[in-house]
Design a protein around this ligand. Structure first.
Ligand SMILES: [Zn+2]
Length: 101
């Protein structure tokens, strides 16, 4: 009987500490998330602030060029790339980023 009560107390105590652990974990995750958000924000700010025209051009060119993963041909936009892929490499699986286009 006494043993049963002891067991019960032990169970309640360990359950409480589990709850505390969960709360701590949640707080830790929130911290990580807010840190990630802050990093994202500062990265965006940096992008908006600095940046010579040349760098912007480079970024634009980079965004425009899609390189075929099979034959390394360069395409100006994802639609062209998708058409190219479907025409030239019908046996290959379409890359994930082209599936939604
Ligand atoms: Zn190709």
């Amino acid at each position: 009987m006494l043993l049963n009560i002891l067991n019960l107390i032990l169970r309640v105590v360990s359950m409480n500490s589990m709850k505390r652990n969960k709360a701590r974990m949640a707080r830790g995750q929130q911290k990580i998330q807010s840190q990630a958000k802050a990093a994202e924000k500062s990265a965006k700010l940096k992008k908006q602030q600095g940046h010579s025209a040349n760098e912007q051009k480079k970024a634009a060119q980079k965004a425009l060029v899609h390189v075929c993963s099979v034959c390394k041909a360069q395409m100006p936009d994802p639609k062209t790339y998708k058409q190219h892929f479907e025409n030239k490499h019908p046996k290959n699986q379409l890359p994930d980023d082209l599936k939604n286009i």
